[in-house]
Ligand binder design. Structure first.
Ligand code: COA
Ligand code: MG
Length: 314
């Protein structure tokens, strides 16, 4: 693995949050036009806000870790939809970031390495290169997934697990159905932990869940995942080969939201808890785009505020 990487773990809890027109307008002025076009298609305001906050977190991360001015930041998406910084500069630190949203939480994991620190130690990096990865072995990256531990499907949990059989390896199912996971809630937490781990992996390499998830098998060593305990002992095997260039960090943001971060080819400089921000803290860096742009954005936001709420967030 390469030199130590500075890691950022950020979260926003949107529980009970309703933006004012002014807050929403300031936020939307920071978002690129094509993303505003995507966002306005959400039926529920909850989904709109979660996705919007993801964009704001990305922008905050780039502005704080690179020498790119806030207003010059341009994001693009790769063919599979993964956002990346389009206009990175050669003299800027190299970064990797990924966001996720579910329940009331929006999270970002970011990794920074100084260009001068980046290793070219290919020997160590080529060990157990996952055949599933589309990434090169010399780069590094981060993926994150957050999930609320709840099951809202209409079927029974065991019927749902049966449908999901092909997505988990035999050893993962043994873990989920372990005898001491006696309650449905315990089984569900075990399932969701495993799912988050898988998604953090696939999001790291940017392939979505279009790959054979059974081949990516996690061995969870510690049941002791709680709000006051971060777990880093979970191991990954790809096609039964230990994937030593991967590190996984699992967190509980609160009693309901579980997060997995997948680090590829990086050693986090320290273990750390998530830092929570409120909406207003994400609004820095906007520049005056003139009265017509402001009025147009306000009109857009008036329509956003008419969108339906999914549920009352308690
Ligand atoms: N790789 C990595 N990150 C991606 C991505 C990709 N291919 N495509 C989008 N993203 C980023 C974006 O920032 C996106 O935010 P946006 O939707 O607001 O633009 C964010 O990741 C979405 O992540 P998350 O909130 O965790 O969404 P998800 O869990 O629904 O989707 C993917 C994750 C990207 C892997 C999706 O392609 C997918 O396949 N989802 C299926 C999820 C599923 O079936 N879950 C079943 C649970 S039991
Ligand atoms: Mg997800």
């Amino acid at each position: 693995m390469s030199a130590k990487h500075l890691c950022f773990r950020w979260a926003v809890d949107l529980r009970s949050f309703t933006p004012s027109l002014t807050q929403l307008t300031s936020a939307c002025l920071l978002v690129q036009p094509e993303e505003k076009t995507r966002l306005i298609k959400f039926h529920f305001i909850d989904d709109f806000l979660s996705s919007l906050v993801g964009r704001l977190l990305m922008r905050k991360f780039v502005s704080e870790t690179t020498n790119i001015k806030h207003n010059d930041i341009i994001f693009d998406r790769d063919v599979r939809g993964k956002p990346y910084l389009k206009n990175s500069k050669p003299d800027s630190p190299q970064i990797s970031f990924n966001v996720s949203h579910h329940g009331s939480m929006v999270v970002l994991a970011g990794v920074v390495v100084n260009v001068h620190q980046q290793t070219t130690d290919d020997d160590s990096q080529q060990q157990n290169t996952p055949s599933l990865t589309t990434a090169t072995t010399t780069d590094f990256g981060v993926g994150i997934d957050v999930m609320k531990i709840e099951y809202t499907g209409g079927k029974t949990l065991s019927e749902f697990f049966r449908i999901m059989t092909r997505n988990f390896s035999a050893s993962e199912w043994r873990y989920i159905n372990r005898t001491h996971h006696t309650t449905e809630q315990a089984k569900l937490k075990a399932f969701i932990r495993n799912w988050c781990l898988k998604e953090s992996f696939v999001k790291n390499i940017g392939v979505g869940i279009s790959i054979d998830l059974q081949k990516i098998s996690f061995a969870i060593q510690s049941d002791d995942l709680d709000t006051d305990n971060i777990v880093t002992s979970t191991k990954l095997s790809i096609d039964d080969v230990p994937a030593t260039m991967w590190l996984f960090e699992e967190h509980m943001l609160d009693k309901e939201h579980c997060v997995a971060i997948a680090f590829r080819n990086c050693i986090p400089s320290e273990e750390g808890e998530f830092k929570f921000f409120n909406f207003d803290e994400l609004l820095v860096g906007g520049v005056d785009k003139g009265a017509p742009a402001m009025e147009e954005c306000k009109e857009y936001c008036r329509n956003v505020l008419k969108k339906e709420r999914k549920q009352i967030r308690s």
